[in-house]
Design a binder for this molecule. Structure first.
Ligand SMILES: Cc1cc2nc3c(=O)[nH]c(=O)nc-3n(C[C@H](O)[C@H](O)[C@H](O)COP(=O)(O)O)c2cc1C
Length: 181
């Protein structure tokens, strides 16, 4: 049953016109209408992770973020690579979820998109390690690199590369199958 299921996406780029955010917008077309899909845009507002303030007075934005993650039945992360790693803003957001465990055993798909031919493979690898630490489940076929991202999408963010389109559809299907069981 897919009704009432929710997929939440997070972009690792908070840049206006981000290619990663555009991918998350594009894949909305491949998600069945019965599933609620939204892109969470609040990670830019989270303070730097600090276990001290989490123990004493958890900031309201963190509580709101955790509640949103808790409500998700599955998550999709699409991120660039910065300085051979996961962008700080995304890593920071994930750090807030380590002890509170909202992502525990949650199905996930991850995409790394980069203008480089490596497709942000170092960030991808690092993100997988972090998600392993969080005990999430990256679904089969739920992991994808988009190298040379600028050549795969048109200026209006529609996909012009058929292979990329098919890979994204397969990735979404893997998550949907997981939610349907
Ligand atoms: C400071 C900085 C560091 C970057 N480091 C990397 C990197 O290590 N590997 C990579 O593939 N791209 C790197 N890039 C290029 C980004 O992948 C590129 O800007 C990408 O378009 C950002 O994603 P977005 O379009 O979703 O914002 C870097 C860009 C900046 C500004």
């Amino acid at each position: 049953m897919l009704n009432n299921k929710k997929i939440i996406a997070i972009s690792g780029s908070i840049r206006e016109g981000s290619s990663n955010t555009n991918i998350l917008k594009t894949i909305a077309a491949f998600i069945p209408e019965s599933i609620e899909y939204s892109i969470y845009e609040g990670i830019k507002d989270l303070p730097h992770f600090n276990p001290d303030i989490d123990r004493t007075e958890t900031p309201a934005v963190v509580t709101e973020f955790r509640n949103t993650m808790s409500e998700a039945n599955a998550l999709i992360i699409c991120t660039p690579e910065y300085a051979k790693g996961v962008p700080g803003v995304l890593k920071n957001a994930l750090e807030w979820l380590v002890s509170s465990a909202e992502l525990y055993k949650k199905p996930m798909a991850i995409i790394t998109a980069s203008p480089s031919i490596e497709g942000g493979d170092k960030a991808h690898e690092s993100l997988l390690l972090t998600l392993g630490m969080l005990d999430t489940v990256v679904v089969k076929n739920g992991s994808m690199l988009v190298p040379s991202v600028g050549t795969k999408f048109n200026a209006n963010a529609t996909i012009k590369d058929e292979n990329t389109k098919q890979e994204l559809i397969a990735l979404i299907n893997s998550i949907v199958v997981e939610l349907d069981t």
